[in-house]
Design a protein around this ligand. Structure first.
Ligand code: NAP
Length: 247
């Protein structure tokens, strides 16, 4: 006889940024399958339209590079039970060619928006004496000096630092904050970027599992960290990397 397992996130309201494509989209779909009510934020109307059609989730078209718009969408989404700060941008350049403008564009989306959105969500939890969980989608690039990723790596290291401070300051209110740090994850765009066997081969050789991550392998860790199964996990920087760092 098999026992039915209840969905872990039944009835939880969860905001997912960058839910139009890639990891965010797969996460939104998995959260819905786990019983959650998802509020999906992204930039492209077409992506959000097809996501809403598939899952029935609520959607907001927002450019999170705009600090005011990031705050406004967080306020509109309240009350929440969970938050996934997933939206992120990559702009590649060698360190010596990384301009102030490029650096600021990357930091605005990858660090400033998660900070502003998390502040609004956490203040609401504290006011309501509610518990909550935040997952910041960082990257292995925060932990490894990836060539041409100066701004991106710095933004993800800053996000990890934010995670640790948030975990420390918000933990006493029953709010958990964690980072996940995936290796190359085969979203449609990454599949194109890593289709060159010379480039992919060198990277794969450093991963003991000898493969890149699938979006659902990242999404499942996000769902776990949001769920009560992770109720004692707070402030971790969690590589999802097939063992890259131990090789
Ligand atoms: P993706 O396929 O490019 O999807 C990113 C999503 O975020 C898109 O829906 C995009 O919307 C949205 N987004 C980007 N900038 C935005 C903005 N300013 N305002 C609102 N929405 C915005 O990316 P992904 O590969 O799934 O990456 C998701 C997260 O995982 C990122 O934080 C990334 O740094 C991290 N990560 C990815 C990998 C990887 O190999 N894929 C590895 C490690 C970490 P539009 O397309 O409409 O702009």
């Amino acid at each position: 006889m098999t026992t039915a397992i209840a969905p872990r996130l039944m009835g939880k309201r969860i905001l997912v940024t960058g839910a139009g494509k890639g990891i965010g989209r797969v996460t939104a779909e998995m959260l819905v399958s786990e019983g959650a009510e998802v509020i999906a934020v992204s930039r492209s109307a077409e992506d959000l339209g097809s996501l809403a059609e598939r899952t029935g989730c609520r959607t907001h078209i927002v450019d999170l590079a705009d600090a005011g718009a990031a705050g406004a969408v967080a306020r509109q989404a309240l009350p929440l039970d969970g938050l996934v700060n997933n939206a992120g941008v990559v702009e590649l350049a060698p360190f010596l060619e990384t301009t102030a403008a490029l650096f600021e564009r990357v930091m605005a989306v990858n660090v400033r928006a998660p900070m502003l959105i998390s502040q609004i969500v956490a203040r609401d939890w504290i006011r309501r004496e509610a518990r909550g969980a935040i997952v910041n989608v960082s990257s292995l690039a925060s932990l490894w000096g990836t060539p041409d990723h100066a701004a991106y790596g710095a933004s993800k290291a800053a996000l990890d630092s934010l995670t640790m401070t948030m975990a420390n300051e918000l933990g006493p209110f029953g709010i958990r904050t964690n980072s996940i740090n995936p290796v190359v994850t085969l979203t449609p765009m990454a599949e194109r970027a890593w289709s060159d066997p010379a480039k992919a081969g060198a990277m794969l050789a450093r991963i003991p599992l000898r493969r890149f991550a699938k979006p659902k392998e990242v999404a499942s860790v996000i769902c776990f960290l949001l769920s009560d199964a992770a109720s004692m996990i707070n402030g971790v920087i969690l590589p999802v990397d097939g063992g890259f760092r131990v090789a």
